[in-house]
Design a protein around this ligand. Structure first.
Ligand SMILES: [Fe+2]
Length: 385
């Protein structure tokens, strides 16, 4: 995160003594990124964070890789498939490359274990459902529209309030989700022209440290491999922390869209950047006001980025047949654009009510066999009259 935050009890200076009531020391843990050169936080644990009773390797995560996926435009329905489970075990992978994985899930239970993604940062879009994300940084309440960023290496759980109809979309990334530099001034503060402001971000709220002994199950994801660490103390034993590294969220409905006299390209919808892809938010907005403007996008070939769109709600101005929970994938190197009639339909339109999430990756995105199971097979023909 771009700003400093502190919660709970911490010593006046880093790397100095802070004693518990029994006269022993709290255990300081520095959680740092980019070695020691990126953002970091210092946490103060009741127990050593390194204590482990036992390690078991579990079955590998199976993304159902589709090696023979043809190069074509895809449209598939992420609401079609369902896997029982919690915020982690119910995930179904749809798209992947060597830097990211796109998954969707409909959690129908809460976890009885703790989870950590050791090799990837996670972005979680909450489409439906509400609850609380617990970590040793505190409580982060979530609701529909929230886009939660969880730094690599964070031990967390998501607890949903109920199990009627929850839906999340997850993007794993091997590099951090960052606020684009051009939204910030030289002091790191968000500039007035940025599409969001510091006060839009939800950050963890204080949670009492839990000092419990037992045998706690911590599932650690390391790429495709999963390990269960049995640890002797509750992992949320942090009495205080401070720094710039922590989970946070931003609601898509708080994004201030930019509009222009004629069509503006997707970079004006930018939310976060990583080293290997960008994430954008499309929100309801007035359309272009030039008297001859064509608000629908022109046909375009992104020669070096694959474009994924997740449709959240509203009318989608340039697409036929897509609905809530649809994903379209337009691979790099082949043109895409509005379907027949959509360009003409957009002329003179005043407003769009669409909400969508876009991912543009700089390396091809590969569909999994789950895409095949949820596929709209004739999508690539939808430009034929
Ligand atoms: Fe596009």
């Amino acid at each position: 995160m771009p700003f400093y935050h502190r919660l709970g009890k911490i010593p006046k200076k880093k790397h100095t003594t802070m004693y518990k009531a029994d006269g022993t020391l709290y255990k300081e843990e520095l959680v740092s990124s980019k070695g020691f050169s990126g953002i970091y936080s210092n946490k103060y644990h009741i127990h050593m964070p390194t204590r482990t009773i036992e390690i078991n390797e579990l079955d590998k995560v199976n993304y159902r890789v589709w090696n023979e996926a043809p190069l074509k435009h895809y449209h598939f329905y992420t609401d079609k498939l369902k896997k029982d489970g919690d915020f982690f075990s119910s995930r179904i992978a749809y798209l992947h490359n060597s830097h990211c994985v796109v998954l969707a899930a409909k959690p129908n239970k809460n976890p009885d274990y703790f989870y950590k993604n050791s090799f990837a940062h996670e972005f979680i879009f909450v489409h439906r459902g509400s609850g609380v994300l617990l970590s040793d940084y505190g409580k982060l309440f979530f609701e529909p529209g929230d886009q939660i960023v969880i730094p690599q290496g964070t031990i967390y759980q998501m607890h949903f309030d109920d199990f009627d109809d929850n839906k999340i979309v997850v993007v794993e990334s091997d590099t951090a989700f960052e606020i684009p530099k051009h939204y910030k001034n030289e002091y790191g503060q968000l500039e007035e022209h940025a599409p969001f402001e510091e006060r839009d971000f939800k950050i963890p709220e204080y949670m009492d440290a839990i000092d419990e002994k037992g045998k706690f199950s911590l599932i650690i994801k390391a790429g495709h491999r999963l390990f269960e660490y049995i640890i002797p103390e509750h992992p949320f034993d942090v009495v205080g922390w401070d720094g710039f590294l922590y989970p946070f969220s931003f609601n898509i409905k708080d994004y201030n869209p930019k509009v222009g006299r004629i069509h503006l390209p997707p970079p004006v919808h930018l939310l976060y950047t990583t080293q290997h892809f960008v994430l954008c938010n499309f929100n309801p907005r007035p359309f272009d006001w030039h008297e001859q403007a064509i608000p629908a996008p022109y046909y375009h070939s992104n020669i070096d980025s694959a474009e994924m769109l997740y449709y959240i709600e509203g009318e989608f101005m340039s697409r036929k047949g897509v609905g809530e929970g649809s994903i379209t994938l337009h691979p790099m190197g082949i043109p895409h654009g509005p379907q027949p009639g959509k360009t003409e339909e957009s002329v003179g339109a005043k407003f769009t009510h669409e909400y969508a999430l876009m991912l543009d990756t700089f390396e091809p995105l590969n569909p999994t066999l789950n895409v095949l199971d949820a596929n709209d097979e004739n999508y690539y023909k939808s430009w034929m009259d």
